[in-house]
Design a binder for this molecule. Structure first.
Ligand code: IDP
Ligand code: MG
Length: 176
């Protein structure tokens, strides 16, 4: 009988501003499609300082933290690239499969055929422009997915949800 044991995981992928600036979105999505994982949500986000700081809170004491926050916000690239593409993938061993394709954190050390190895670089300021973020483990994945996505932005409830009544507030809708 075939082994049907499955380790279904979710993972957050960000195509970072350098990936958008270099028009790599298609290349990266094609590469990630090799995994046969399912896309559960996708959007383009302008990254606030608060979101960037929260996402990289584990690195706040590193000497490169300031540059990293500017980098993930796309500050060095001009207004058209101050954004990231955020995606949630789900499937068997999703975290390891995406990390494998992403390659090592340092693009100079990443396998040459990985996304970071093929497309990344280290800037003269020492920023690792490594094109893509991918969650490192299930705990990070849950924290990061909840940080970047609201339940209604995902096709199914990946984590338990609750219903709350929010006080009336103005929302923007299409004018016609
Ligand atoms: P990861 O993205 O491979 O999970 P982390 O250690 O979580 O690696 O670091 C988050 C991001 O911070 C990296 O993707 C990279 O952009 C940046 N970074 C990590 N280490 C360095 C470093 O030593 N110099 C410059 N940037 C770094
Ligand atoms: Mg990490």
């Amino acid at each position: 009988m075939p082994n049907t044991n499955k380790n279904i995981q979710q993972t957050l992928v960000l195509i970072k501003p350098d990936g958008l600036k270099k028009s790599l979105t298609g290349n990266i999505l094609t590469k990630l499609a090799e995994t046969r994982l399912c896309i559960m949500g996708a959007k383009v986000v302008q990254v606030s300082r608060e979101l960037a700081t929260c996402h990289y809170q584990h690195l706040k004491d590193k000497p490169f933290f300031g540059e990293l926050i500017e980098y993930i916000q796309g500050k060095p690239y001009g207004p058209d690239y101050q954004r990231v593409m955020a995606l949630v993938y789900q499937g068997n061993d999703a975290i390891q499969k995406v990390r494998q394709l992403a390659g090592a954190t340092n693009p100079e050390e990443a396998d040459a055929t990985s996304i970071r190895g093929a497309f990344g670089r280290i800037t003269t300021k020492g920023v690792f422009e490594n094109v893509i973020h991918a969650s490192a483990n299930p705990e990070d994945a849950e924290r990061e997915i909840k940080l970047w996505f609201q339940p209604e932005e995902l096709v199914t409830d990946l984590y338990p949800t609750k219903t709350v009544t929010s006080s009336p507030k103005e929302v923007k809708v299409w004018a016609s």
